[in-house]
Design a binder for this molecule. Structure first.
Ligand code: FAD
Length: 328
């Protein structure tokens, strides 16, 4: 759903003002979920603000607050865990720390605790986990090979405490640089500021990760390279097509959602553009059917169908792992 002409006009004016007050930021009045999320679900076109440096972010947030105090600022990273929406979210702008000078940095930091056995790296919010893992390996550090194939950005990975192969992002975090999207205030906090859960953290919705200090152990480069390659090979067998990775949380490590869904016959079920993958029952694929709009409504319908099926046949209530922008 494209905003009305009058709204587009107002947003375009706002964008010009923002871009002139805070040089370097990029404002798009009408952005699509197809461009900003890996699943590409949702038909509403939304106002989208990209920032490339820490200073721009603080200035843009303060300026936006001064002229639109009631607006909600929602955060988006690589969009690999997000489901967009069909219905407009009034007075909401989506803010993204995009790759650029500050948000793509990976710098080794000297600290008093620095020992030969480990090193701290300050990494910008837009870095992918793969890029970080490869970069620190080049300096002889690692231990995070299991995370190297998780898509998206470090900012989103911290928020979600992204995890794979028995390790999670929170295991490596030592400090976080955070911006409050109500005030534009920036502060640095320690790892204990957040509670780190299963594919989740306690980061409040109005706090944006700008960068994180991640500690990696010294490794044997050859051994670590092999582990990374093994993980990338494992990932290359994942279902093809647009998706958001696993749709439901695993009820327990011994009872993965994929196995439960397969047992109830979920594979191949579909609604609109979305189908349960034939290869992995906990993955929904956007088939990119050009005749069907990629409606969030269809995605939710399929999700509900799966939830009911599992509840009815197994007595287990599956909980979605993906995040819905309409409920944030
Ligand atoms: C093919 C595929 C495989 C996947 N495999 C895994 C896996 O193995 N393990 C796993 O844990 N996940 C997996 N995922 C899910 C997803 O990649 C992770 O959750 C990822 O860390 C999300 O990062 P993102 O930048 O894409 O975040 P987004 O999807 O953009 O956002 C996720 C959440 O983070 C918030 N957010 C985004 N940026 C910031 C920021 N700078 N500051 C604060 N909050 C922010 C958003 O508001 C939202 O709440 C997979 C997804 C796909 C598509």
């Amino acid at each position: 759903m494209t905003p009305q002409k009058s709204t587009i006009h107002e947003l375009t004016k706002l964008g010009h003002t923002l871009e002139s007050k805070v040089p370097g930021v990029r404002f798009t009045p009408s952005m699509s979920w197809q461009k900003c999320t890996t699943m590409g679900a949702g038909t509403w076109k939304f106002p989208f603000l990209e920032v490339f440096t820490v200073q721009q972010t603080a200035e843009a947030v303060r300026f936006l607050r001064s002229i639109r105090p009631s607006w909600k600022i929602s955060l988006i990273g690589g969009g690999s865990n997000l489901i967009g929406c069909d219905k407009p979210l009034p007075l909401t702008v989506f803010l993204k720390a995009s790759p650029g000078k500050d948000f793509s940095r990976i710098d080794r930091i000297s600290t008093k605790q620095d020992q030969a056995s480990s090193a701290l790296f300050e990494c910008g919010a837009a870095c992918s986990l793969g890029k970080i893992v490869q970069h620190v390996l080049g300096q002889g550090y690692g231990g995070a090979s299991g995370l190297c194939g998780i898509p998206g950005s470090l900012g989103g990975a911290v928020r979600m405490n992204a995890a794979a192969q028995g390790m999670s992002v929170g295991d490596f975090v030592e400090t976080l640089q955070i911006l409050n999207t109500e005030t534009g205030e920036i502060r640095r906090v320690g790892k204990d500021y957040l509670t780190w859960g299963y594919h989740d953290s306690s980061l409040p919705g109005n706090e944006m990760i700008l960068s994180a200090g991640l500690r990696f152990s010294a490794v044997n480069i050859e051994d670590e390279s092999q582990k990374i390659q093994l993980e990338l090979n494992r990932r290359s067998k994942a279902p093809r097509g647009r998706s958001a990775g696993s749709i439901f949380r695993n009820p327990s490590p011994r009872n993965p959602a994929g196995k439960i869904l397969e047992e109830v016959g979920a594979k191949g079920l579909q609604c609109g553009s979305f189908s349960v993958s034939q290869e992995h029952a906990n993955w929904i694929i956007n088939r990119g059917d050009t005749l069907q709009p990629d409606r969030e409504e269809d995605f939710i319908h399929l999700l509900e169908q799966l939830t009911h099926l599992v509840l009815e046949k197994k007595g287990i209530r599956l909980v979605p792992e993906v995040q819905f922008v309409h409920s944030k």
